[in-house]
Design a binder for this molecule. Sequence first.
Ligand SMILES: [Zn+2]
Length: 226
Amino acid sequence: MTKVVCVGAHPDDVEIGMGGTVASLVRQGVDVVIVDLTDGEPTPHGTRETRLAEAAEAARMLGCRRVTLDLPNRYLLDSVDARTALAEILRAERPEVLFAPYPEDAHPDHSAAASIAEAARFYAKLTKTKMSGEPHYPARLYRYMAVHLRLVREPSFIVDIAQGLQTKLTALRAYASQFGDNPANEGVIAHVERAARFWGDVGRFEAGEPFFCLEPPSVSSVLDLR
Ligand SMILES: [Zn+2]
């Protein structure tokens, strides 16, 4: 079975950036694991307990598994410890595909998470190390977009999430402490839906999510491109 790991700094990052793609991969029989590097706390209306419960509920709706590491929210840094913690997950889960955040971001945790994920991909294949597990290198790495900047970047490809959009939005609503109880984030879910409609329009789908490659994507047949 194909396995995919999606790394986020905080619970809800993966849902915002690629929740529809997660839902559609799960529907295709792919084993998807979301790895949150932090529990996302403190926030104005959250607690660790509510946040973990919301994240678990969102994963249940998407049909994926979830691991939450205890690296420090707000002060997440690309360190050897952080890389090693994630690399050990990659060695245990052994995904073929790794998704990481887009690195250019106003939120320093997101930029750090992008660096940590890329470094952990490399660390995971190391031999002669004290890390648990056996060496493993996720063959492909893609970046999803869930940023706190008004960025417009041209994606490498767009995934059709027409079938997964409502699941994505429902999963986001599970984060009541972030999007329901916090007036500052009142418009976030509506914005996420508009962005999905925009990328869908670009890809000629009902809804889409953009992704960014570090390495050129390759296909067996040109007909696989739409
Ligand atoms: Zn975040």
